[in-house]
Design a protein around this ligand. Sequence first.
Ligand code: CO8
Length: 373
Amino acid sequence: MHQPAITGTGVFTPSQVITNAELVTAFNAHADLYNIENADEISAGRLEAKGHSSAEFILAASGIEQRHVLDKSGVLDPAVMHPWLRERTYDEPSQMAEMAVDACRQALAMAGKTAADVGAVICAASNHERAYPAIAIEIQDLLGIQGFAFDMNVACSSATFGIQAAADMIRSGSINSALVVSPEICSAHLEWRDRDCHFIFGDVCTAILIERADDANGAHFLIRSTRCATQFSNNIRNNNGFLRRTRKGQMADRRDMQFMQNGRRVFKEVLPLVSNHIADHLAAENLSPDALKRLWLHQANKTMNDYIGKKTLGRDPEPGEQPNILQDYANTSSAGSIIAFSKYSNDLQPGDIGLICSFGAGYSVGSVIVERA
Ligand code: CO8
């Protein structure tokens, strides 16, 4: 059995930023327009008027201050309320592949490796912009990587599930190394016209290079152990897909074709699921919570992370022990915990242990225990 290690990480961050204030101004203008256009239906009681959003609510409920997006012009246009993403020709990289290539190159550079050193590409993300050919194979082609590539989707837990898949293949010897890349174009499937969720997501792409520890050129993290779990729930759901045209009325502009969630229930149900999952994972590895120098948690909600950090450690986390990036990026689905890991892991010392944990739709939870080599 070979020891897998994380030897490089990369984060592609879109240059465009939407602050809460900008978002709320656009949403409120949209709500006013909607209420005027539907005044008769609303006064007859057949439609509910849209209420205003508020930057104070967003910060208090989520901890989010801004988000990076691929296109803010469409999102902030009250008559559009979704990003405009240019259609690509077949000769151009697709949107996700373009983001992925940037993040992968950063991960390779950090590890001091080239495409020739990589045996597989796993594109692990919440939503893929097409059914086939796999985005991962396009990324593999653009980078000039041999071997194989495939797409996978476990929503917010895609990256940690991808790390487990890659680590297991490296342990068994079927590959020597893999890039696990998570291009998240959340802005394209978020419902920006719904104030309950319009503030939640942003766009980003993360990449992780996993190799045999023996092949590492520089500082790296040993992957000591991984654990994945799922439990079916409809509380986070998106009904869009290629069966849409086969069902009457589904080609209409329907709410269920974008991200939907019952946020309160998710909050209540996912917290014990994640806390127990982490406790069980640590126990199975004979690690006490005191052994953890750092927690890199999924970045959905600050209160959620405060709760999980406290439950895991049995005390309030010290500053820096459980770094959040959601104030700057919002929820970036599977990429969130990897951004936190990428930005806040370099200072750990040899022998220090940390835990990456993601959770979300499915429900799904994935945890990775790493040790600085
Ligand atoms: N401005 C002002 N008021 C608002 C707003 C707003 N924007 N939104 C809601 N309100 C109102 C509500 O109407 C409600 O009013 P009332 O009490 O009169 O009914 C009140 O404020 C309170 O609303 P909530 O109960 O909804 O507020 P919460 O305190 O529960 O906060 C959150 C809402 C932030 C959504 C919170 O519930 C939460 O974070 N839940 C967990 C969410 C989560 O972790 N989800 C995981 C999703 S990520 C995932 O799995 C990946 C999916 C794939 C990616 C998809 C990409 C698009």
